[in-house]
Every structure is written in structure tokens, then in C-alpha cells.
Design a protein around this ligand. Sequence first.
Ligand code: GCV
Length: 607
Amino acid sequence: MNKLKTFIALFVLCLAITASAEDGSRLWLRHEMPKDITLKIDPTMPDDDGYRISGRTVTARTEMGLLYGRYALLRGEQGESHPYYKLRILNHWDNIDGSIERGYAGKSIFWNNRLEIDHNLIEKYAEANASVGINGTVLNNVNASPKMLTRAYINKVKEVADILRPWGIKVYISVNFGSPKALGELKTADPLNPQVRRWWQKKAKEIYAAIPDFGGFLVKANSEGQPGPFDYGRTHADGANMLADALKPFGGIVMWRSFVYGAKHKGEDRVMQAVSEFADLDGQFRDNVILQSKNGPLDFQPREPYAPIFDQMKQTKQMAELQITQEYLGQGDHLAFLAPMWKEFFSFVEPSRLVGIAGVANIGLDTNWCGHHFAQANWYAFGRLAWNPTLSSKQIAEEWIDQTFTDDRLKMKDERYEKSNHISHSSSFISQMTSIMLRSREACVDYMMPLGLHHIFKFDHHMGPEPDGFKAEYPLEWCPIYYHKADSAGIGFDRSSRGTGATRQYREPYSTLYDSPTTCPERYLLWFHHLPWDYRTLSGRTLWEEMQYRYNRGVNEVEDFIRIWQEARPYIDEQRWQEVDNKLQKQLHDAQEWRDTCLGYFGSFAI
Ligand code: GCV
């Protein structure tokens, strides 16, 4: 059976990679399929879906390993490779009406009001995921509709699961903790109530009857208005364990999110609230519960220090949640390659502390899947790092560019390109594109949040700057002024032991390092400290001068990206060149807006 499934997957792979090179919907999957590949099963290999490639021979213990190895061969790999994490999962924030929370590439590929699934499209999606080793997907938003647990939706989840299965991808769903009550079936959703427990057990049975390899639930509880165990005076552990018990007989897991603020610890520094809510519960979760936390303690800012909850939960299984969709990084308009950001996270949180990785997807119905051609690179990078977090950003960028922009025709051009001295004697097209990608996230940081300033974003949609943002009707933690605290004395959020004490949530040496402005890395300076405008930075410039320098540097970088892109024009098909160029022009306009708005506003205090 497995053999048949993989055969089907490989057959579809052959069809897919012969698709037209100019097809706007294509992803990085475009190599010519080598004709003479040999596939071998070796039961003595380690017990996972890894592979070994020697010349044109792919060897693996499992059929999935052969499929993964095949794609690896296509991208030029040789040698042996094994997945670092068992759980490599996309989280779709797709609503059942087809809209996508923080989605910038059109509507959902899974959901629409007609409850129709486009099998071809889902098949392509599956192939793209399998090609980079992604093996799980949560099909709906963490702000979950209770309807997801009704028969009609379970049937649709089954339909998707059947398409994804041959590609080694399990389906999961986000559940609304209040479902038994919200669906009108019970009067309560109290996790310790026996009827509620039975309701979830029955629901799990119903789901597994339809989807025997169903993965489990993702839960956002008592966060941003979602129901949860606090509503009944219970803890996160009570809530998560109740669901875990229901899934356990079938092998399912619960991914319980730690993204909480404004509930039990309302009023405390927002970045501290997750640790305050969860630290005491360490050791109380079932073994099929995984605590899923965002990489930073706030909310997917272009740069955050790592979230200290990863230090604090020593006996609880943990997953990192990365955001592939660029909610705070220019959305569908800015070129921002995120591998360097995720690598930065892994430099603080040992990959071995985690049992899996989740990525909030950036995929939608747009012809190019992700809104911006270069945003596909973040989907690709997520998969590659979930498979192997030790890969370098450079390697991932080069692989993606090579597979996405260069076919034989373009490679021929590329040789000409090198000779033509358009960019420089020694640089090839790939290295110039890699350079843009590797510099792009840092450029965003410079023009959006230099020196650790954060959450200066416009309300609600989080695109563009609003440094004077304050609205009495919103929670204070949504207001930019809460974060930068600019006044005539200085700027920044004092989270040192003299301020909110957030630095104390970190392990050593970071706790001590972050606590003093003289040892705190400058990239986090205003995240942890409130400093006077004439504070001397490492460059010798005052804080105010350094801010100006960095905002300008960010804008200059985008200008340089445009220059390089202009020179690359002859070597990229016109449609994609033009589409990316339009986006870069918009990015430049936005970067200038960030610089001018922020310097204008902060200057009114500094000067
Ligand atoms: C899914 C931020 C986003 C919300 C998102 C939330 C979360 O607040 O702006 O859109 O909701 O994070 O991760 O739950």
C-alpha cells in the first residue's frame, strides 16, 4: 500500500516538474528529472524518513525517505541526511469563510463558503511541502470556529487528509476550547466536568473514524478573547490534559499555545506574561501535550530576543512557532528572507530543547502562492530548517534561487552574465540574489525597529508606522506608545531589574548581560532599556544620531536591492522581474515612510 502511495506521489512529481517554466504558479520545483535514478530500501538505516544519496542512487529505510531523497537529489544533495524533528508542521490561520488572518496571498486554499476542495491545487501544495520535508499541517486558524468540529467540516478535513497522505503529510486542526458549549450541545466547557470530557472523547472517536492518522489539536486558549480553562477557574494544564486524554487512545497530540497576555496577569509587562502563566505548571502536562511558543516573547516582531519560556519549562515538551507570513515584516510587499531570523533564534534556543517546529503559513490562492515571489523562499526555508536547523541561511537561499530562477536557459544566460561584468567580475546571478536575501531582514529591522525599538506598527493591520499610536478603547499592550516610552528624557522600555524585571526570566549569562545597557547587545538596547537621547552608543554616536543612522541605513539597503535587481533584469523572465520590481518600489516607499515618520516623531523629543 505504502509503495503504491509513493509511486503515485513520484508519478505526480514527474508531471509537475515538466510543467511550463513560465507558469506563474510554479514554485521552486522545476528541475529536469534525471532519468536514471535508482531507489533502494535499506531496513538497516536509522528508524526515520532519512535518506542516503550516492551518485544517482537514493537509499532509505522508508518509502517517504525515498521520496524526500528524490527531491534532495534534484537539488544536488549527496550523502546521508535525517530529519532533526519529527514534527515539521505548517499552521494555517485560515478561516472557514475563506479569509486568512494575516494572510497576504489571497484567500484560503482549503476553505470557502461552498465547502469545495480543489484537489489539483492541494496536490501541488502537498508536493511543495514534501519536497522540503514538511510532514504536518493545521488546516484552520487558531482563532478557531467551533463549526470545525461539526460533521460537514470533519468530512472536508478527511478529504484533504486523503490527498495529503501519499505525500507523508498529516492533518491537524485548531479547536475552539468552548466548542461543546458554543455548538449548543452542553451548558459548559469546563475541562473537569465529566460530560465535557466525554464530549471530547466522543469527538476524538468520530474524527479518528474518518481520519485514522489524524495528528491532533492546536489550541489558543484564554488569549485575545478565545475561551479557555480560566473561564471555569481551571489551569492551562487542566485544559490541555483533558484534550490530551481524549486523543491519547488514538495516538494524537495537543499543541497548546503559550501566546497569552491580558488574562490572569493583566497589567504585567506583556512580554513576561507567558512565563508567569506557565512556569508553575511545568511538569503537570501529559506526555502528548506540547507547549507551542512564538520565537520571541512579544509577537513576531522583525527582531525580538528569544522567548524565555524556552528556558523556564524544563519538564514540558516544547515546540517553537515561527511566523512565515510577514505580519510585521512588510506583509506581501517587502522582500524579507526570514532564515537569518530563525537561525538567530536557534543560536539562543538549542534545537534539541524542542520536539518540533511550527510555521504560520504564508500560502494563499494567489497565482504565485505567497503574494511576493520571494516570500516563497520563506516557506522553503521553514521546511529546510525544520528538517535540519543547522543549515546555513546562505545555503538555503542559494538552493532556493537556483531551483526557482535558474533553469538551463537562465544558467546559460548566467554565464554570459558573469562575463558581462554587469554586477562585478566575480559575482554570479545567484550570489547577487543571495546577497539581497541575506541582507533583507536586517534592512527591515533597520527601517522598522532599530536598536530594539518595537511594536511601532499601525493598529490592527500592522503595516506601516504609527509611533504616536494610542487609543483608549484598545488594550494598552496594542499601543505603540506603551512600547517606545519616548519622552524628553529618552526612549525605550526599561525591562531591567530596575524596571519590569523581564531580564530575570532569562537564563544566565543572558539575564546578566541584558540587564545592563553596557553589556546588552545593541540590537536589543531599547527592548530592555530606557536611555537618554545623548547616551553614547558603541559607534561613538549619541543614541539619537545612531537611530538616524540606522533608519537611513535601512532605506539605503532597499535602494541597493533595487539597483541589483535592475542589473539582473536580462536574466529573469520579464513577468517575474516586473512583479518583484513593483514590490521593491513599494518597499522603498514604505521604508522611507518608516524613517520619516519615526524620525519626525521621535525627533520632537530628542532635539
Ligand atoms: C491568530 C497576533 C496577531 C493575531 C494572531 C495572534 C496569535 O496578535 O496579530 O492576528 O491571531 O497574534 O498568534 O494568536
